[in-house]
Design a protein around this ligand. Sequence first.
Ligand SMILES: Nc1ncnc2c1ncn2[C@@H]1O[C@H](COP(=O)(O)OP(=O)(O)O)[C@@H](O)[C@H]1O
Ligand SMILES: [Mg+2]
Length: 645
Amino acid sequence: MPETTQFSETEGNGYTGGRLRPNTILLARYKIDAKLGGGGQGAVYQARDLNFPDARRLVAIKEMIVTTTDANLRASSLKTFQREANILATLNHPAIPKIYDFFDQNDSAFLIMEYINGNNLEEILIKTKRIPMDKILEWAIDLCDVLHYLHSYQPEPIIFRDMKPANIMIDSLGKVRLVDFGIAKIFVSGVKQTTIGTEGYSAPEQYKGNANPLSDIYSLGATLHHVITRKDPRLEPPFSFAERKLMDFNEEASSELATVLDKALNFDPDKRYQSCAEMKEAFLALRYRPTMSVSTPKANGATSEMPRRASRDLNSSTLDGVVQPIWTFKTEDEIRSSPASNDQMAFVGSYDTNLWAIDLNNGEFVWKRPSDAGIACAPGVDMPHSQVIIGSEDYTVRAISMRDGRINWTHITGNKVRSSPTVAHGYVFFGSDDGKLYALNADNGRYQWEYDAGAAIRSKPFISNDRVIFGTEGGEIIGLELNGTRKWAMRPKKAVTSSPFVDLEGICYVGSFDGFIYAIDADSGFSHWRVRTNGPVISSPTVHRNLVYVGSADGKLYCINTQTGKERWTMQTEKPIVASPIVHNGIVYIGGTDNIFYAVDAMSGKELWRFNAKGAITSGAHIADDLVMFGSLDHNLYALPVVQQ
Ligand SMILES: Nc1ncnc2c1ncn2[C@@H]1O[C@H](COP(=O)(O)OP(=O)(O)O)[C@@H](O)[C@H]1O
Ligand SMILES: [Mg+2]
């Protein structure tokens, strides 16, 4: 209905330079309130939708003006615009504004979209002095998410091409939203190859007219570099980010973060992160596991050192109320996951690629079994077959003889294995980053079934008498029958890395990155209650009597009544808790990323004692033989005495 369009009268033909006046009505429906941004080839306006006269429904209108007089170019520009608008209209992502409508008229085209109440990041940089690093990391994580969504678009990936602070808005809830899908540039020029994004933020290859998903990764790196250093790359020599070290401009920046941005900003696309999912992981590690390094594991057997002897102090235990380790055992890289034990032996995986077997009595080395990449999951003990099952980031799960460390069988999956295996009913159950949950025969590793969850599985499956329950990075909690048939699924809004725990009443407890702790009926998947914490819940719950214990990235250990979902007590620590608690003889044991291992009275939440490790603790504890053992990112496995109350 072009006839119904009105333009400001003073504009002659009315179609130049983004000058729709307030109160102009488009399509007899959208009444312009004010200009929000833009200029030159068009502008963005705030407008009111008159179809909703009683509600103040706001929309944003993006106007684009064709400047060329060449009829062919004009026609092809309009076509390109329509095609792009059609794609945009099919996008469905919380960080992308919804497109309601688009139309073209004479020399202009209009896109009617969801109005975002907020400011763009460029304005925010001007208005603020300092943005907390955690906030920036959260934005970075969400930006990786939305870029990943665009890059996974079928049949062709969508390349954003113009990532920069001015094209990112922060809405009233503090969430990032991507605006400006480069339509204007395509529309104006009609020649895609000239769409080079914005100088300063664009990747080197974009200047040659070759934009691909890796160029978006570069521009996201450039954008974050700007936000963190407050040094505008448009004012600096091209590709000179490496000369402006994050730590010189922002005291909150870590060398790990600098490494991540360096990688994203590599001149050579092949040396950047190869996907936004990969880059997101690096940011997640920085945000929620602050001291965990994101470096790749050392090559196998890189050190010539012999396995060191454990230090042991027989007179240890508690001196002056200070708990001393009975022994410690040092591996060659971070210990991120929990130890296990059987019959006088402890087993622990290290990011140094090895599964280590250690003598429980004295902490001495028994054997080690290398894999080809870091180990980030806990061993599963299979007593009937005298073997330990361990997954590795080399995509493989191995069954290893407890006696001598020899391999009984292996199973290779399609991606990294970070889900700890559970051995039950004669089977080994585990998930893989390839998105599948596997069931293998524990005896010989023979494949039984797999269930394709469509997203990486890092949570350890819980196996009850008739259910296999696990979470996915795609944000599902899934309940299968023992034969792999899906019974139910529940969808928290974010990843479920936490491992479910089912109590004797058949209630399943599990946490999610959305900050909630969920109590679900294990049989049907029906929700009983959920409790909100103030950070992602990566820690896995455990139940003792009628209380469930779990940590949160908000730094608290929660103790919650299983029946009512009411908090009984919480204990605040200084840093996120990602490790899982265990309860033994009325004491909860849990490690923090503040390097402290806590022993807390299970009923009252009162701290009984603490032990300072030299690095963050993300590993859960394991109790055997009056020892409480846990690993730390400082490379050590610690064995402390179980001190009775
Ligand atoms: N949907 C929207 N809701 C609110 N403001 C918006 C919206 N889209 C864009 N803006 C504002 O308008 C500015 C310019 O929009 P953008 O799409 O980036 O146009 P340009 O092509 O001029 O860069 C943005 O930086 C943002 O501040
Ligand atoms: Mg823009």
